[in-house]
Design a protein around this ligand. Structure first.
Ligand code: HEC
Length: 148
């Protein structure tokens, strides 16, 4: 009885773990590309456009902030180069404090941008936007294998 209950669990458990990693990796690509990438581009276009729309900027900044907070969840152990795909460097797991600091800076700058979008004038908003872009690039430089 006990064996019948336990045995079938061992193999599917390993497969489930693989499936979980794959799902998270797909999710992080989607989020980086859509929620982070598109929001950053939208703000870039707005602040450098003829008639910047502060409401749109504030909305996109909020998305940046919300999803930046999820970054740690997107990089579970076992989702690095050992999977044979993706561009995440092993440094993410070898230097966890540095990765954590890079994520914290991203959250911090995104928060400041979101606040500025609601309360400040364009030059301040633009400066906050640029500070966010620096964090995207900085983390990619340290922790992402350069895309070819
Ligand atoms: C704390 C680190 C970190 C921060 C901050 C970060 N990224 Fe990333 N990003 C990564 C890593 C690592 C990858 C590679 C993931 C992979 O290939 O599995 C990546 C991948 C991407 C990709 C490629 C996704 C794909 O489809 O392959 C885009 C686009 C991207 N990031 C945009 C952004 C933008 C825009 C920001 C800033 C708003 C940002 N990222 C902030 C670490 C970060």
């Amino acid at each position: 009885m006990l064996i019948a209950v336990c045995a079938p669990q061992s193999t599917p458990l390993a497969e489930t773990e693989d499936g979980r990693i794959t799902a998270i990796m797909k999710l992080r690509h989607e989020r980086m590309k859509n929620e982070l990438g598109k929001s950053l581009n939208l703000i870039d276009d707005e602040v450098h456009g003829a008639a910047p729309d502060k409401a749109k900027i504030a909305e996109a900044a909020q998305i940046l902030l919300t999803y930046s907070k999820e970054i740690p969840v997107w990089f579970p152990k076992g989702s690095g180069p050992e999977t044979g795909w993706g561009l995440a460097k092993s440094e993410i797991w070898d230097k966890p404090d540095e990765f954590k600091a890079a994520t914290a800076r991203m959250i911090d700058t995104a928060g400041k941008l979101a606040r500025a979008a609601n309360t400040e004038q364009l030059p301040e908003i633009t400066a906050r936007f640029e500070a966010v872009a620096v964090e995207c690039k900085g983390c990619h430089k340290a922790f992402r294998i350069p895309p070819t």
